[in-house]
Write a protein that binds this ligand. Structure first.
Ligand SMILES: Nc1nc2c(c(=O)[nH]1)N[C@H]1C(S)=C(S)[C@@H](COP(=O)(O)O)O[C@H]1N2
Ligand SMILES: [Mo]
Length: 297
């Protein structure tokens, strides 16, 4: 049977009337994405999408495991029911948002290049919305100079958080300068490949900052704070000589242990040159006009 988007929309309306409270966030996202309630990316640059199987099976999510295969396995039944995101710090008043609230933001498909600091890369069709829309809603005060993000801390859900010697310090945190957070390329994603995010890719809500190394794109966010001073982030604390606050993709600045000049796209055999700001130089270079990118790596 062929179902038109209108029919799906009506179905969803009926479904919603049955009682939103009882629904899982994932099915809520599902109904929204199935009803094609997002604008599609026309892909003007004709980027070649990474195979969905690769993008959902080759992941970094240390809370589950540092082993990419095991992370996927442990993330299988990740429960995102009753997920809440708290907004606090330098803003008018603290806010708590459910995924239902989150899904009211205008969803868009965004096809972005994604470059991990480990030198693999991919092109992903994310579904999400511009972070600036959420920031505008939160009404930060003039003291808010940075936005800090925190991943869920739950030893029952995340095996590495429960380990005797966890790999990194949890909860995982990341942060952006306010102008980076307000940049229209910066999104909060709820889906990819026209479906809700899977546990291993950061369900139900993750950050995507396409001109920065992948570790800035923090997964499974539960807290967003507006702060005055530059926060110390997880990887920066772990190895400050290797991972800086900015982490802008830069082929001219090597990691102390390897070059960042080239990358290997998942599914491809040969490497190719990495682009300045991961190919988003035109859009974001002005944010760093007066900065020494070798010092502020
Ligand atoms: N909470 C959390 N977020 C995280 C990570 C993590 O281990 N924990 N890994 C980061 C790294 S190193 C990368 S490359 C991307 C990977 O995203 P993907 O697995 O969806 O491709 O997520 C980032 N966000
Ligand atoms: Mo990464």
């Amino acid at each position: 049977m062929f179902i038109t988007p209108e029919e799906l929309y009506k179905k969803r309306r009926q479904f919603l009337k049955l009682g939103v409270g009882a629904m899982l966030s994932s099915s809520l996202i599902n109904s929204k994405l199935l009803a094609l309630e997002f604008s599609s990316d026309k892909n003007p640059q004709k980027l070649t999408l990474t195979d969905e199987e690769l993008a959902t099976n080759y992941v970094n999510f240390y809370e589950f495991s540092t082993n990419k295969k095991k992370a996927v396995e442990y993330a299988k039944n990740f429960d995102v029911k009753n997920w809440e995101i708290s907004l606090s710090g330098e803003l008018e008043k603290p806010i708590k948002l459910t995924m239902e609230d989150i899904l009211k933001f205008p969803l868009e498909e965004r096809i972005y290049r994604f470059r991990c600091v480990e030198t693999w890369s991919m092109v992903v069709p994310w579904i999400g919305f511009e972070l600036r829309h959420l920031i505008e809603k939160a009404k930060p005060t003039s003291k808010a100079k940075y936005v800090k993000f925190t991943t869920l801390f739950d030893k029952e859900k995340f095996p590495d958080q429960n380990a005797l010697f966890p790999t990194i310090k949890y909860p995982y945190t990341e942060a952006l300068r306010m102008d980076e957070a307000m940049h229209p390329l910066t999104i909060l994603a709820v889906g990819m490949y026209k479906k809700p995010l899977l546990g291993q890719n950061g369900a139900p809500l993750r950050l995507v900052v396409p001109w920065k190394y992948g570790f800035k794109s923090i997964k499974s966010i539960v807290k967003i704070e507006f702060v005055e001073n530059e926060p110390k982030t997880t990887w920066q604390e772990y190895a400050p000589n290797e991972y800086g606050f900015y982490a802008n993709v830069n082929p001219n600045v090597s990691h102390p242990r390897w070059s960042q000049a080239n990358e290997r796209a998942l599914g491809e055999f040969f490497t190719k040159p990495t682009l300045m700001f991961n190919g988003y130089e035109k859009e974001v270079a002005s944010l760093y006009a007066n900065m020494d990118l070798k010092k502020n790596f």
